[in-house]
Design a protein around this ligand. Sequence first.
Ligand code: SAH
Ligand code: SF4
Length: 352
Amino acid sequence: MMKKLITNYTLSELKEEFEKLGLEPYRAKQVFRWIYKKFVTDFDRMTDLSKDHRRLLNEKFDFHPLKKLEKVEAPDATKYLFQTYDGHIVETVLIKERDHLTLCVSSQIGCAVGCTFCATALDGLKRNLITAEIIDQYIQVKQDIGEEKIRNVVFMGMGEPLANYENVRKAVEIMISPEGIDLSKRRITISTSGILSQIKRMAQDPVMREVNLAVSLNAVTQKQREKLMPLTKTNTLEELMEVLKNYPLPKYRRITLEYVLIKGVNDTPKHAELLAKLIGKHKKRFKVNLIPFNPDPNLPYERPSLTDIMKFQKVLWKHGISNFVRFSKGVEVFGACGQLRVKRVNISLVKI
Ligand code: SAH
Ligand code: SF4
């Protein structure tokens, strides 16, 4: 029989699994702490377990669903490539901010949303990642960097996290659990293309509504949005803004609206005016992240000039809308937004 993956379980699920094996529930807590506090992924090093228990657990459980293939370093980001049991490649990017580290995790292999500006979309959706495959990205990066602390986790790698709700939810639960990784809820961000049913589900979910919500807007009219993001045909811009304006936000929290700036497509002051109009009087509820398009040889777009980016910003400021320009880190290693794609493996060392 195949072994089970221990990182696929939340603490309460692991307690149940252990009970089935005749182990006391507190043993689950012990093992959980070894994995997520010390990042020990070897039962034989878990010194507070008896030899018999270690043998039993070794028989039943494995730790790592992913095999680390390659690590590519740039000055401000490191890209990790992992291989799944069925031969797919998963990419994870560790971003070096000025005073902290942010881990950008993948939630699916490929993506079905089909955004025309995103390299992940080019191959369509292969499959969802299971919880253990999401958590293992964190564990293996942490084991690689040692004592350095990862402060933020963003679900902005490959895939649409809300199209893989259950697995992402469990991963988030393990990340914020005090016995687990114990990350601050406000340091986790789910970035979505805006699947309405799942955003509404998030709003009702005691785990998911605690983390940050970022929504990739990228266009200011329905017509343009469904051209750029085909799957938003059924999740309209109007409905999306309505849902976001009513989303139950924790105190002092805002929803991030992400907007990829593409030269000659959505980057004029007129677009900025329309964006301000969409936000309307809800300025305190939103902040805007402007992401200058990251080029890719397979994508037909360009990045706007700095002057045009600033003109766009100016309009938002005029309307009192907080906004930031986010130049993606990791462009050199193809680890930046929209550049994550399996075929990068061979050319990931090429500088652009
Ligand atoms: N699927 C989710 C999360 C992954 S994409 C989502 O779309 O939100 C993360 C971010 O990268 C999104 O805001 C997306 O709009 C942006 N992005 C995609 N392709 C890009 C590109 N080529 N350049 C810059 N940003 C890009
Ligand atoms: Fe999917 Fe996000 Fe890329 Fe769109 S931008 S194809 S939703 S990963």
